[in-house]
Design a protein around this ligand. Structure first.
Ligand SMILES: [Zn+2]
Length: 247
């Protein structure tokens, strides 16, 4: 029996558990009804279009893509690239980072590469990223300041070219791109990816940026596809500089 059902029968469980400071008359079970209704409507739509959809999905997960993107609610991974459930493995965090010490990201990466054997990993930043802005606006916010530290390092490495951009918003957009390129390097240099390439596994790491203004994805053309970081160089000299540092 689910916790929710048990609570309906015996609300004292909730009161004695100390799980909540206050509660509604329905003990949380009737909350968010509009989302539950949306869920049922979505299921009906999916089943009416494809009666076997969920049966098939339950039986296998074989996505060809791993999306590493920002947690921003305006950047819904599957919708942006028109993929159904089961077609995109997703990892999201503030400012789409791929830190080599983050067990969460590393677990996703290992599972995607070694078990799912995805063929493409896309690091997807977005212009107007609050995380990128918060990294360099000089304000203190607490724990997230530590999380965003890698972005400050990217800014520091490129401060000459970034400081030369007079418009603050444009400067942040450039930093968003540089951050994506740095994360592509992190992913490509990770031991799971390096070992996959050593085994001859078909795998490419891409860097994209999404525009909140028009919904379009831009490929930064920094794809890495094999050991030794062979890749196409980007036409943007600033991007080229960063990519060349991969050597
Ligand atoms: Zn963001």
């Amino acid at each position: 029996m689910s916790l929710c059902c048990r609570l309906r029968r015996d609300p004292k469980i909730l009161l004695s558990s100390g799980l909540v400071a206050h509660h509604s008359s329905h003990y949380g079970c009737a909350m968010l009804d509009h989302l539950k209704a949306n869920n049922r409507a979505w299921v009906e739509r999916m089943v009416s279009a494809d009666p076997d959809f969920f049966r098939r999905l339950e039986g296998q997960q074989t996505p060809e893509y791993l999306w590493i993107g920002c947690s921003d609610s305006r950047v819904p991974a599957n919708e942006i690239v028109g993929l159904d459930p089961g077609e995109l493995f997703v990892h999201r965090n503030v400012a789409n980072l791929a830190p080599p010490q983050d067990a969460n990201y590393l677990s996703v990466l290992q599972f995607a590469v070694e078990v799912l054997k995805v063929k493409h990993i896309m690091v997807v930043g977005h212009y107007g990223c609050s995380g990128v802005s918060a990294a360099v606006d000089g304000k203190r916010r607490g724990l997230v300041d530590h999380w965003l530290h890698p972005i400050r390092e990217v800014y520091h490495e490129h401060h000459d070219s970034l400081d030369a951009i007079p418009d603050w918003s444009a400067r942040l957009d450039s930093l968003c791109e540089l951050n994506v390129i740095r994360q592509v390097r992190n992913v490509a240099s990770d031991v799971f990816v390096q070992e996959a390439w050593a085994r001859g596994q078909d795998l490419r790491v891409h860097g994209w940026v999404y525009s909140l203004a028009n919904g379009l994805v831009t490929d930064l053309d920094v794809t890495i596809e094999r050991l030794g970081y062979q890749r196409k160089l980007a036409p943007d000299p600033q991007v080229k500089t960063e990519v060349n540092r991969l050597d």
